[in-house]
Design a protein around this ligand. Structure first.
Ligand SMILES: Nc1ncnc2c1ncn2[C@@H]1O[C@H](COP(=O)(O)OP(=O)(O)O)[C@@H](O)[C@H]1O
Ligand SMILES: N[C@@H](CCOP(=O)(O)O)C(=O)O
Length: 308
């Protein structure tokens, strides 16, 4: 095979209590990419559609991750990358990691699958670091593995796959403002109070248990963030109003998606997810901020090959 077309999904990182460690994969939104072998050695980004992003491999997250893998694999040919960007950069649903993970996923297919998903996550993390100025894998892991993932450690990289309850849906609202992950990280405190840490690790543990046992009540009681949300929510207009409206419409809970500005709500069942969508649309409809919304099943598969 000389060319592979892929769907590279959007992802929700943090999932309220799991800053930098928890994430899940979305189904209804993602980028398309084409990766092609070239006779000329090297990594070449030859097409970018949708958003204005750098073509130089060293300045584009897709190129940085591809170069990290290329230097390790040392093939006697090169790769050309086309990016059809649908996920707005800086939207908080893993735009940069879709590109960083997508290029290495496609290259791995063309190389005959020499790397497993954890190794691909390692290369993708190098690209993600260009955008956020830190190596975190909580978007990359769900994009590559699908479903919910827990990044137990980044060095050495260890990723756990968490089962997804069948009837779990996500509703996303994306206010059209840009928040750069690097800036949203810079406002976070360097230290946290012990009482907040206790609440946070209790919620991470119980959220994982709730996911394993499809205990929606426990998932609902675990979707809290004592550490990051108080700081970042100030960057998102109408954040508390969205949370309140989503809860009233039946959501299990809501939180900042990644570093924002998108806000996710987890819901039991698609009907509730659609009701939540209508409710949160009303919150922003009364403002002068443009927004879009969507409902997504949790994508258990992650990246998809689209070749016929
Ligand atoms: N292929 C790419 N896709 C998305 N963003 C990229 C890409 N390459 C470089 N970037 C840069 O990464 C930043 C967006 O990443 P980030 O702030 O983490 O947002 P997101 O939450 O959407 O991933 C922007 O400055 C963008 O120019
Ligand atoms: N854990 C990171 C996740 C950033 O996600 P993104 O989708 O906003 O890139 C963080 O919260 O900084």
């Amino acid at each position: 095979m000389n060319e592979v077309k892929i769907f590279s999904p959007a992802t929700v990182a943090n999932v309220s209590c799991g800053f930098d460690v928890l994430g899940f994969c979305l189904d209804s939104v993602g980028d398309d990419m084409v990766i092609r072998k070239t006779d000329k050695k090297g990594i070449f980004i030859t097409k970018i559609e949708g958003y204005d992003l750098p073509f130089e491999a060293e300045k584009n997250v897709a190129g940085v991750s591809a170069l990290a893998m290329y230097e390790d694999a040392k093939p006697d040919f090169g790769f050309e990358i086309e990016i059809y960007k649908k996920i707005k950069p800086g939207s908080g649903v893993g735009s940069s990691s879709a590109s960083a993970a997508g290029s290495v996923f496609g290259m791995n297919v063309l190389l005959g699958y020499p790397y497993n998903n954890t190794q691909l996550s390692y290369f993708a993390m190098k690209g993600e670091a260009l955008a956020s100025q830190s190596e975190h894998a909580d978007n990359i892991a769900p994009a590559l593995f699908g479903g919910f993932t827990l990044v137990k450690s980044v060095s050495p990289l260890e990723i756990l796959e968490i089962p997804t309850p069948n009837n779990l849906y996500a509703t996303i609202i994306h206010p059209q403002i840009e928040i750069k992950t690097s800036e949203a990280r810079a406002i976070l405190p360097k230290e946290v109070a012990l009482k907040d840490a206790i609440s946070q690790w209790a919620n991470v543990g119980s959220l994982i248990h709730g996911l394993y046992t499809s205990n929606y009540g426990l998932i609902e009681r675990s979707l809290h963030d004592a550490i990051v949300e108080p700081h970042r929510s100030k960057l998102i207009p109408l954040y508390q109003d969205v949370k309140t409206a989503a809860k009233a419409a039946g959501a299990l809970g809501s939180g900042i998606s990644g570093s924002g500005p998108s806000i996710f709500s987890l819901c039991e069942g698609i009907d509730t997810a659609k009701k939540v969508e209508q409710a949160i649309r009303k919150v922003y409809a009364n403002s002068d901020i443009a927004f879009d919304t969507y409902v997504s099943k949790i994508n258990a598969e992650g990246m998809k090959i689209q070749n016929n």
